[in-house]
Design a protein around this ligand. Sequence first.
Ligand code: GTP
Ligand code: MG
Length: 346
Amino acid sequence: MKFLDEAKVYIRSGDGGNGCVAFRREKFIEFGGPSGGNGGRGGDVVIEAVDGLNTLIDYRYQQHFKAERGVNGMGKDRHGANGKPIVLKVPVGTQVFDEDKETLLHDFTTLREKFVLAQGGNGGFGNAHFKSSTNRAPRNANPGQPGEERWIWLRLKLIADAGLVGLPNAGKSTFLAAVSAARPKIADYPFTTLHPQLGVVNADGREFVLADIPGLIEGAHEGAGLGDRFLGHVERCRVLLHLVDATSEHAGKAYKTVRAELEAYGGSLTEKTEIVALNKIDAVDADTLKKQKDRLKRAAKKTPLLLSGATGTGVKQALRALADIIGDKQVTSKAKRAAEAEPWTA
Ligand SMILES: Nc1nc2c(ncn2[C@@H]2O[C@H](COP(=O)(O)OP(=O)(O)OP(=O)(O)O)[C@@H](O)[C@H]2O)c(=O)[nH]1
Ligand SMILES: [Mg+2]
């Protein structure tokens, strides 16, 4: 498995160190007084969005993360050291959910963002702390407070501006390869693409990130094919490019199948702006093309673009249409590197 977009992780912050009960004992010094130091604070569990990561694969190998405990206080007024925090590193686009998988604890959208998942326990006071004018030899100290423990879910959602959807074999990966430096696997069988792939597109100087996801089939929301779990990756897109294969049996039905799956997935996918394109127009004769175009137009209730990812026909227009919706923005060099650094192959 090369790609992991979900992981369950156990975290525990450090317990606080105990306070200490001690008295100063030295030759020639009578009643040296209390000298028990405080316990150190336990370490926090922190989670941070870092550069250069694009999968949660690391969490396949390690699922338990514990921060250090605070050191106990000691005699001679020595305080215990604080426990070291532990930092979980995740890619930008990661969402942190509670154990129920529903309560969103944090959504990482920018680089170097940090979030404290669990605070370390406070250290206990040593008996020196309790010294007062009325109690000059206290014999009590506090225990350190326990750290917090919990299970959390990490879920990665790609941050792309535009997303490619369609049935398997519609030519999505071919399109991505034609318009970006990404080199997705392309073949004439369904489910060639097993995990999402990003590419940076340059449309007349306007740049955006395009995501190619595995094809959808009827029943994907019930797990058919590769299911619809990858649709999470297009949830944040501004616009969808829906490719329909002109060589398929019925372009209108193909379109509707995918729309039904987008609908069943929920979220706001069906409310997103959609650009519909009839793809592989180089592979059909003029009659079939007209027939398929009409069917698609009727199903989508708008005129589809005519496209061939293989020969390049209509590709520029499609990119322009996407860029018009996305608007002006520049893809940062970091996002570019992340997108094109052979994502998903850890
Ligand atoms: N003639 C023609 N063939 C195309 C075109 N685009 C893609 N193909 C072919 O169609 C087949 C499927 O292409 P892919 O790009 O792998 O399709 P996909 O939508 O990514 O498929 P999955 O990853 O399985 O969902 C390959 O054999 C491509 O060579 C096109 O514009 N014209
Ligand atoms: Mg593909």
